[in-house]
Ligand binder design. Structure first.
Ligand SMILES: [Zn+2]
Length: 629
């Protein structure tokens, strides 16, 4: 790469509006002659990140980071100085020497970007070829206009195995770089490469500053498999960070302070051309925290369009928590049955779509409550308690005190429970969140300090203890009931209620499976788990776990058999387990009181705790979990 002349650097600096550039990453508000926002370089809740447009500089008073527009881009994008100049030059339309091809010294990433840009142009022009008729038919059916084709760079990958490879080599682009860019695949016999995308409609995936990062390729022949081929992760394409359509949507999102989240490429394109421009898709992945923070640079609220099936609801619930956690406000909207955003906007037009979104958006409290009621979860006391807990736990994620309070009052209205009754649950959930945040921070620091991506040190554990009958029942119910049951049970009790040892480790693994939506009960019997989990699993899956007669008689608690309603069985097992934990605490307390009394010490506080404990115990017996925590 040739050296960029100083005059060009100054020209790029003059033409780059620092507020505009920073605004792509940070939601800025005008304050006096400065603009302020939340710093992208450190985590903060009140803005200490300042941009001064007349001086062309930024400065964070929280972490000390500061500089000009080039150092901002360099830091935020992880680029070298010349790369930052080139990125900004592209943005303001300054032509730098040797812009068409990277020279020998170009970094590998720049070569990959170059290969991707070349490929995007190749696919785009192939769409006008004679062999692309069927691809153009699909676009016509979906009423995608030529203007949208241009805006989104839609293209066509011709049939055949080496079309792109041959053209790229003429350019010349090294096959090694094409492979690193995810565009070609090495042949198994080692004799060269072949194209990844063959006879497909192509949707380029852009970064938020308009760089091509990868492609999604949709089938043209209905019986081809799979329906979509997406670029693999590459040095420049990290799927969990990228949102499809963000490059085109970001200005609209910024001005409306709202983003609509849909599922597919064509949903984004159809809405955009109908004038609904603040729309993005998290294509290929479930919504990730990084994607939400990318949106948080521009938006305050996020509207989730969801499918009413189970997977759709679960995805929406997960999305809601991610969004709340990042300080944004989620709304959920369900389209009429049988409609997707693409079909809706084609039939009714953009303004009708926006009106529908305004009229049908639900805040998350209503959303969770209504879906729980529809699913019958509000028909039993423990079901209601679980729903209340789910909602309050979501509220606990909201970082802003005032917003959180306001949602607590909303929840109290929707659930018809005085908010004083919800508050203890909220406080407990917030303590849990803080602990989790601290753990995560510690883990991050350890990773940074050791410079490795190795998982954090294992938390210190006491000696393994044997599982209690009640938790064996719970584990079995989860194994048999799958993700829904894991969700319900773990929504009602903390992992710490499980005995330290194989049973807690097993519960942790189930929670992990739940989080990854990858339920696999066989793994617990496989050699990938430690022997204690294996033998526990074998035991709980084979031994008859009928409730002991003793329990029923002694504690006067009804314990149904496992073949009865599984939820009911789980609820009563949870009661037994919680009571067991409370009794342990009670024993400790009584010992402490005894010791204090014999030492002539004050016992009022300990006695108060004992009374409190007894109250909890009563509430647990009456299954008022929500009051008992
Ligand atoms: Zn900072």
């Amino acid at each position: 790469m040739s050296i960029i002349p100083d005059t060009s650097i100054e020209e790029v600096r003059d033409l780059s509006d620092i507020v505009d550039v920073v605004g792509d990453y940070v939601r800025l508000k005008k304050r006096g002659s400065n603009f302020v926002g939340l710093c992208p370089f450190h985590t903060e809740k009140t803005p200490s990140f300042n941009v001064n447009p007349s001086l062309g500089i930024f400065k964070c008073f929280g972490c000390g980071e500061g500089g000009d527009v080039f150092s901002f881009v360099s830091r935020v994008e992880g680029l070298s100085f010349p790369e930052s100049v080139r990125l900004l030059a592209e943005r303001v339309g300054v032509v730098l020497p040797e812009e068409d091809g990277p020279g020998e010294e170009a970094s590998e990433n720049e070569s990959i970007y170059h290969a991707l840009r070349f490929t995007a142009r190749y696919f785009f022009s192939a769409l006008s070829g004679d062999d692309a008729e069927a691809a153009r038919d699909i676009l016509r059916e979906r009423a995608i206009t030529p203007e949208s084709v241009k805006t989104f760079g839609i293209g066509f990958a011709p049939d055949g195995w080496e079309g792109l490879l041959t053209q790229a080599q003429k350019a010349p682009i090294d096959p090694d770089i094409l492979e690193k860019a995810g565009l070609i695949i090495p042949r198994k016999d080692g004799s060269g490469h072949y194209d990844r995308y063959r006879y497909r409609l192509i949707f380029p995936i852009f970064s938020h500053v308009g760089k091509v990062l990868g492609f999604g390729g949709r089938i043209i022949r209905p019986d081809d498999e799979p329906k979509y081929i997406n670029s693999p992760e590459t040095p420049v394409y990290n799927k969990s960070r990228v949102l499809y359509g963000l490059y085109h949507a970001k200005n609209a999102i910024r001005s409306q302070e709202e983003a609509i989240l849909v599922e597919g490429y064509t949903d984004v394109i159809s809405l955009y051309q109908a004038g609904v421009k603040h729309v993005v898709a998290s294509s290929g992945t479930a919504l990730t925290p990084d994607q939400v923070s990318a949106l948080a640079r521009y938006a305050k609220t996020i509207v989730l369009l969801y499918d009413a099936d189970k997977a759709g609801l679960r995805a929406a619930l997960r999305g809601i928590d991610l969004i709340l956690k990042s300080g944004l406000i989620p709304y959920a909207v369900r389209l009429p049955d049988g409609e997707d955003p693409d079909s809706y906007v084609r039939t009714h037009g953009g303004p009708a779509f926006e009106a529908y979104l305004k009229d049908h958006r639900q805040h998350f409290v209503d959303f969770v409550h209504e879906n729980a009621r529809a699913a019958g979860s509000m028909d039993t006391p423990e079901g209601r308690a679980a729903v209340q807990r789910t909602i309050v736990q979501s509220i606990a994620l909201i970082p802003d005190d005032l917003v959180r309070e306001s949602y607590l009052r909303t929840a109290s209205g929707v659930l018809d429970i005085p908010d004083v009754q919800l508050r203890p649950v909220l406080e407990a959930a917030r303590r849990g969140e803080r602990r989790a945040a601290i753990r995560q921070e510690r883990r991050r620091m350890r990773t940074t300090l050791s410079g490795s991506e190795e998982p954090a040190l294992k938390p210190r554990r006491g000696p393994d203890k044997a599982a209690l009958p009640a938790e064996k029942r719970l584990l079995r119910i989860m194994l048999e009931g799958g993700l829904d049951m894991v969700e319900w049970i773990m929504g009602n009790m903390p992992l710490s209620d499980f005995t330290e040892g194989p049973s807690r480790r097993m519960a942790e693994m189930l929670v992990e499976q739940y989080q990854n939506e990858a339920f696999d009960r066989n793994v617990f019997l496989s050699h990938s788990v430690d022997a204690t989990i294996r033998s526990l699993t074998a035991e709980i899956m084979t031994v008859e776990l009928e409730p002991s007669e003793n329990w029923t008689r002694r504690k006067n608690i009804r314990v149904p058999g496992l073949d009865e309603n599984a939820t009911e069985a789980a609820a009563s097992a949870m009661v037994l387990l919680k009571l067991h934990r409370l009794r342990e605490q009670e024993t400790h307390l009584r010992q402490a009181i005894f010791q204090a009394e014999s030492g002539g010490e004050e016992t009022r506080e300990l006695n108060r705790q004992l009374v409190e404990l007894k109250r909890f115990e009563k509430a647990v017996k009456e299954r008022k979990f929500i009051d008992a925590v």
